[in-house]
Design a binder for this molecule. Structure first.
Ligand code: SF4
Length: 369
């Protein structure tokens, strides 16, 4: 049981999966490696999974911290139907405790009032369809912790031909992970650093578990995978660490997994660090390319070259991006380089989407379905 778990008088929620009873009467949650051991009425570190009687319930099922329609590039996914709109939402809580959290108002929320916009899976899928979204993204906080809700939403979306995207830190146990990704179409996994020390000291987690998820996704599933590495000055941005990470990705996952180096801004419990200089991201991109990675991006900074997609075979510009706005498009209808015919890794429609860079907050109550 984590120190942060707390007693609650009444636990409302739907029955959750992945737990087992312990000989001492507690119940252990088996969704993530944190393995919270709960007495009656206690919540896990993620806050949204809680012991009720002889089981565990998910208290945030059917409740969201808000919805937005974004370009898919904002997740970030650059090789998954570029230019298309995605209905993004999250719930509350998180199973990591990153000191630099960039979404802490949601992930650290212990106020169920944050979850203002209630919605059934069918309602979300219908809204995504009505809004013309190609996909739905579980984002803002980690869908690992709202496992049952994310899966039901993904199923409702799949029934309508809408894809599901998980934006996650990949801190998940094997059985729950296998079920979860049977329902997902794409994932952006946050690889926060390439050292156990960082994960332990800054996130209260373990790197090894995240690497296991990455290998699983690439080798055992059809889920489209991209990786994000948020670079924090003086914490995880050394050239040696970046090179070790990129070599690992190239060797274990393959050179065609897109990698996004994104800029940190001072937030939550890490306000003593400056924002990431654009030069740091550009250096990381060069290191990754020299390590053999074929699709490397910079994010959260204005960098046309670092945001655009180039052919791994001939170097031609394939997809031009200016922030989240698409420009030139030099892919054939089946996703090949117009110049040399090499296939670009990813999922592409015959034509790019035209959503543009806009971010549109939505209330489901206001959408006719
Ligand atoms: S999902 Fe939540 S309750 Fe379960 S082990 Fe992880 S932090 Fe604990």
């Amino acid at each position: 049981m984590s120190k942060t778990a707390e007693r609650v008088d009444e636990i409302a929620g739907v029955e959750a999966r992945y737990w087992h009873a312990l000989p001492d009467g507690r119940i252990q949650c088996d969704v993530c490696p944190r393995a919270c051991k709960l007495h009656e009425g206690q919540r896990g570190l993620c806050f949204v999974r809680a012991r009720r009687g002889d089981g565990i319930v998910l208290t945030s099922y059917g409740r969201s911290s808000g919805y937005c329609v974004d370009p898919i590039e904002k997740k970030p996914l650059n090789h998954f139907f570029p230019g298309t709109p995605v209905l993004s939402f999250g719930t509350a809580g998180c199973n990591l405790a990153c000191r630099f959290c960039q979404n802490w108002d949601i992930s650290k929320s212990r106020e169920m009032d944050t979850l203002a916009d209630a919605a059934s899976p069918e309602r979300i899928a219908a809204a995504a369809a009505a809004l013309g979204c190609r996909s739905v993204a579980f984002t803002y906080n980690d869908p690992v912790i709202f496992h049952e809700y994310a899966i039901d939403v993904a199923d409702a979306c799949r029934a309508r031909g809408i894809k599901s995207v998980a934006v996650t830190a990949g801190y998940q146990c094997a059985q729950a992970r296998a079920e979860f990704y049977r329902h997902m179409d794409a994932a952006n996994v946050d690889l926060k650093a390439f050292s156990e020390d960082f994960y332990k000291r800054v996130c209260s987690g373990e790197l090894a578990a995240v690497l296991e998820t990455l290998v699983y996704l690439k080798r055992e599933t059809e889920v489209w995978l991209e990786i994000t590495n948020l670079m924090i000055p003086g914490e995880n941005d050394s050239p040696a660490e970046t090179e070790a990470m990129c070599r690992w990705i190239a060797e274990k996952l393959g050179p065609d997994v897109p990698l996004h180096f994104t800029a940190f801004h001072p937030d939550w419990k890490m306000r003593d660090r400056p924002p990431t200089p654009p030069a740091t991201l550009a250096r990381a991109r060069r290191i990754a390319q020299a390590s053999g990675l074929q699709y490397v991006y910079t994010g959260n900074v204005h960098d046309r070259s670092g945001g655009s997609t180039y052919c791994h075979a001939c170097g031609a510009l394939l997809i031009e991006r200016d922030w989240y706005e698409l420009g030139e498009w030099n892919l054939t209808a089946d996703g090949r380089c117009v110049a040399c015919g090499a296939a670009c890794a990813g999922h592409f429609a015959p034509r790019p989407g035209s959503w543009g860079a806009k971010r549109q907050p939505v209330r489901l109550a206001g959408i006719a379905v």
